[in-house]
Design a protein. Sequence first.
Length: 249
Amino acid sequence: MEKIYLLFIFVFLGIATSNAQGTEVEEKIPFTEPRFRYYLQTLLFYNEYLDTDNGSFNTTQVRALVPIGSKAWNLRFDLPVVSANTNEQNKTGLGDVGAGISYIPYLQNHQGIAVRARVYSNSATDPAFGSGKWVFMPAFFYGRYFNDKKFLWISSFEYQQSFAGSSQRKDVSIGVLESVLFHFFGKNWVAGDVALRYNSTIKGYQNNAYIEYGRKITPTNLIYIHPSVAFGGDKTYNWGLEGGVLILF
């Protein structure tokens, strides 16, 4: 299964690269919409609560997106603070800090392709707050508008593979196929998302789905909320609730 995931990634990265071309930023294309920002400097503050069989986890995260060069490139930085509340103890600390870079090699007025590579460090202050590993995550995105740009579909495939870290922790080897559909109306949007996630380390599925409502509250500030539910034989949580604020500048 791991080899199939890697082949899938390399095939699509090859397609994306072969279609690469110099292009100007257009006003209405995929990857400029809420939660898939590439062209504007963005700060995202969000809080996610997850209910598990052994207690709950609460993550407060700051994410910065910084376009560079022709704005077809984008840098991303993630700083999470995690709180774990179990039957044994309650504790809070820093999670695994991450960074990444994205590139849009191809776009038209109604569709676009993007590729991304992220690395999450083994920086958590407690074993419960992170994987205990350094993890590399290449990903491929395809987005397309429908019905006079009232609907946007974005599909992605990401592979997560650990390459260093604690020998006492399990390796990370996960493939994620995700699709989200946005509907825009006025200053609002609603979305539905399904992520099919296969963990080849435990040979099980850890899928999840969410629905989302968001609204532009000022020309440069957006808010959203989405409840989620996990499903699959080896799900990592039962249900979750996330809310966030996007600040564009």
